[in-house]
Design a protein around this ligand. Sequence first.
Ligand code: GLN
Length: 282
Amino acid sequence: MTQHSTLAQAIAWASGQLQSSSESAKLDAEVLLLHILQKNRSYLFAWPEAELNAEQQQRFATLVERRQAGEPVAHLTGEREFWSLPLYVNNSTLIPRPDTETLVEQALALPLSAQAKVLDLGTGTGAIVLALASEQPGWQLIGVDFSHDAVALAEKNRQRLGFEHVEIYHSDWFSALADQRFDLIVSNPPYICEQDEHLSQGDVRFEPLSALVAPEQGYADIRHIIEQAQAYLAPDGYLMFEHGYQQAAGVQQIFAQMNYRNILTIKDMAGCDRVTMAQKPQ
Ligand code: GLN
């Protein structure tokens, strides 16, 4: 380990180690080192010649080894940023993805009142509901999840951010929401097909299948939510999903079968169909 005792040397060494196992070897190395140093990015550029002590070198080598074995960087650091918010992450939920910011943008662009009631189904880390809360201090927001571990994690994230206008609790989709009506319901539900080859590649191998995979080619939970949501939407309320890039037509069709209005699909930053929304049937 003596050959990588400065920050710059440690990054160079780790980038080489990770080259064959990660598409973002250098970035991974930087993020892991900054996690050990408990510093932000500018520190690396300001102090490339700073020395790591033996204990830091040992911890860094261990993280690099775990990363080489495939563990997601977010699991190694326990954190991931979403919508510029720092979120705790663990293996009970999906790791928040940049694609999902498309859904947040679309939700914030809707013509809703400053006191809108908003529900996030399957909130996971709380990423979506907390991002919305950060932009809309007057909204009343609820995030629910079927997983008790996810509820605990999202609540921890809520407390860290200090958002008093968000409630997090346990519910199996709508099961704990009797008699409530929402102006907007959002969800990033499981939507991957069981046979999808991507499930055996990269970070998703370390995420819970219950958050990724759904029966009926990935449509089962989306269908269930579209059917149930009518009873929980306020008049003219919106229902909005993230979905797979090939699922826009399928999601639109389910909305149409249930007589939802103003069905609309939006593309993500990569130009893929990613979010479909509609308004409650009249
Ligand atoms: N977009 C994620 C992926 O492809 C899946 C997210 C989800 O199932 N809700 O890995």
